[in-house]
Write a protein that binds this ligand. Sequence first.
Ligand code: RAM
Length: 348
Amino acid sequence: MKFQNRRLSGLAAVALVASLALSACGGDDDGGDDNNSSGGGGGGGDATSVTFIPKNLGNPYFDTSNAGGAEAVEEFGGEYEEVGPAEASPDGQVQYINTATQQGRNALVISANDPDALCDAIGEARDADIAVVTYDADTNPDCRDIFINQADSAGIAKVQVDLIAEQIGGAGEVAILSAAANATNQNEWIGLMEEELAANHPDIELVETVYGDDDDQKSFDATAALLQKHPNLKGIISPTTVGIAAAARYLSTSDAKGKVALTGLGTPNQMREYVKDGTVTAFALWNPADLGYLAAYAAKALVDGDIEGEGDSFEAGRLGEYTVGADNTVLLGDPFVFDAENIDDFDF
Ligand code: RAM
């Protein structure tokens, strides 16, 4: 399978840090809590206008990935904006898609909060000749032009199951703390984690999956409820950066610290203190800045007519050449495991 090589070589780690440093200085400053469209539209001039719509604003994962997007758009002389809802809901995203369509933007880059609910709005955008790239969380494949997948889904599932199995000694009750119940990315990973547990870990029992909606407080409360309801719980997998950080915060001051293992997908900056204080041993993620960077270059290639679908290739700046694969999906690379030994090498 894919993740024999879960820890990057020193050289690759340096490259990852270097690329993140590049991301940090690139682009406009449209991250954070800007939820206003900057208007303008994509009609005038040659600059390719790209609108990034994350699942929610104020999520450090998307701040990093969209900084990568802004860096790429600046590199190719385009015009970047980020808009999106405060809460990770599809309804919140639809209005921003509609506005971007009315403004005649050239491309949308969206992390979808639901596989179906955005499709009408996306369809109108595409009818208006706007290129639509999904990244991080896909819609149904026929809704959009291209999906930029952060890593192979089976690999993302396996790395998390391997980590929890290692951390609880291969046996006992575990639970999953996910993001929104309709999130395509988390749901795909959860389905594959269930398969992986059933196939290779017969002594681990998944007792419950709960949803924190990528909301810090809801995720914190859901962690408390899980521990209360399952007194024999040995571990929690949280395949969302918001969820794992909230669960770590809860565990770090509870009696369960060091007794209930926690792993999943997190950002090093959010997880650092919990790795240092012994709440968390190891967790995984990919390079979010590269994900946004690649998505922006794919959007540009679509707008320019360089790619239409499977089999077509495009240049993605410092990341090199990528080819569109099955279901019009482009794969970024492998996930990476962070632990006490390497976490200080990263700043995102
Ligand atoms: C959260 C979001 C995002 C997911 C990461 C791992 O930030 O749910 O979609 O990819 O976690």
